[in-house]
Design a protein around this ligand. Structure first.
Ligand code: NAD
Ligand code: GLY
Length: 356
């Protein structure tokens, strides 16, 4: 069992990582309110709500089971959850628990941030992506028809409980999506971890417990470190968006259905790394290492075919656009990154043509 601390002063919390943690919830969350509202979805609740309910038998538990899918991270779901909280008489001292992937976590977190101006929030992430990324760091959000995550808040959970056993029911595509975010941490922050990933790619792809435990723990440590330094993303936290500017363009162009978030991030990371290679921020041999690792993990390394005008129009909607300039997160070799708008149109066009 591992325990990662997120140091944020009075909003600090622990990330508990092990197998069989659902059964240990009572011990892991000693300060949990007696009134617990669980947000989950039809897929996840079927597998795991019974375990949560058994572990918290002496609490009042109400389950909100949403439909499964990114399209339900919406204002309509936000309203439906709030209506149920009010109808069931949940007061300010209740707790909201997210049991699910990033969609459930982002939505439930935003409800927790706003219900009675903020109630206790706990994350029990059940996808690899949510275990290594979205459950940690306090970004909560819902989508608007005009764009993803347009409405949200920074709101930290009181604790994150990761149960590795939840990954046994996750399908291969969603599992691989999480691996893309794990590779990201190695590229932006920790060359030793990247090296470890290269040597353990097969074990990870085969979901070997020890390899997974280490990859999840190291990813959470890196995210915790970055969030502690820059909770509100005024600097280094932006590195966590490596590949996302290109990835969001891919997701939007394919109407948020064809590519998973992690697949789009993988292809976006290859484009960002290629841009780094072209502008001498990354050596050709390091670029090949990134490409090989993504391929070994069976993640996409080519983006879909889009015109330059399409790329630019999608990328101009990125949150990192400032003064009408796109800010790119680019790796500086392996183990560090920077945010820059210092990229010529010619270099960008050449790389996008090459990577599509
Ligand atoms: P998801 O929540 O849609 O989960 C993917 C699929 O896996 C869903 O069908 C879900 O029902 C299913 N699932 C979840 N757990 C399962 C389990 N244990 N067994 C079987 N099936 C299971 O997607 P995701 O990839 O977890 O998260 C993507 C979302 O996270 C996006 O909305 C993205 O914007 C958000 N995100 C947020 C942050 C953040 O910092 N807040 C970071 C990255 C991504
Ligand atoms: N997933 C990006 C962040 O938490 O900042």
């Amino acid at each position: 069992m591992a325990n990662v601390h997120v140091e944020l002063g009075e909003r600090s919390y622990h990330i508990h990582i092990a197998a069989n943690h659902l059964q240990q919830l009572k011990r892991l969350l000693p300060n949990l309110s007696k009134d617990v509202f669980v947000v989950s979805n039809t897929t996840v609740a079927k597998h795991y709500f019974a375990d949560v309910s058994a572990a918290l038998a002496d609490h009042r538990l109400v389950l909100f089971e949403m439909d499964d899918g990114e399209q339900y991270k919406s204002l309509a779901s936000f309203e439906a959850i709030t209506n149920k909280l009010i109808a069931e008489g949940f007061s300010r001292d209740c707790a909201i628990v997210a049991l699910g992937g990033g969609v459930v976590g982002d939505l439930a977190g935003f409800v927790a941030a706003t219900y009675h101006r903020g109630v206790d929030f706990y994350q029990i992430p059940t996808t690899l992506l949510s275990q290594v990324d979205s459950s940690v760091g306090g970004k909560t959000a819902i989508n608007h028809p005009q764009g993803k995550n347009l409405i949200g808040a920074f709101y930290q959970p009181k604790a994150v409980v990761i149960d590795l056993n939840c990954l046994t029911t996750l399908d291969d595509r969603d599992f691989r999506s999480g691996l893309a975010e794990i590779v990201k941490y190695g590229i932006i922050y920790d060359s030793d971890f990247f090296h470890w990933l290269e040597h353990n790619a097969i074990a990870l792809a085969q979901r070997e417990t020890q390899a997974l435990q280490h990859a999840i723990q190291r990813s959470c440590e890196i995210k915790a470190d970055i969030v502690a330094k820059d909770e509100r993303e005024s600097g280094i936290r932006a590195w966590l968006n490596l590949g996302h500017t290109f990835g969001h363009a891919i997701e939007a162009a394919t109407e948020y259905g064809e590519w998973t978030h992690g697949e789009a991030v993988a292809a976006g990371t290859i484009i960002a790394s290629k841009l780094s290679e072209k502008t001498q921020r990354m050596s050709s041999s390091d670029f090949r290492r990134v490409l090989n690792l993504m391929s070994q993990l069976q993640l996409p390394t080519q983006a879909p075919n889009m015109t330059l005008a399409d790329w630019l129009s999608y990328m101009m909607r990125d949150k990192k656009v400032k003064d009408h300039r796109i800010n790119f997160v680019l790796p500086l070799g392996i183990g560090q990154a920077e945010v820059t708008h210092n990229i010529t149109d010619e270099d960008l066009a050449a790389v996008l043509t090459e990577c599509c």
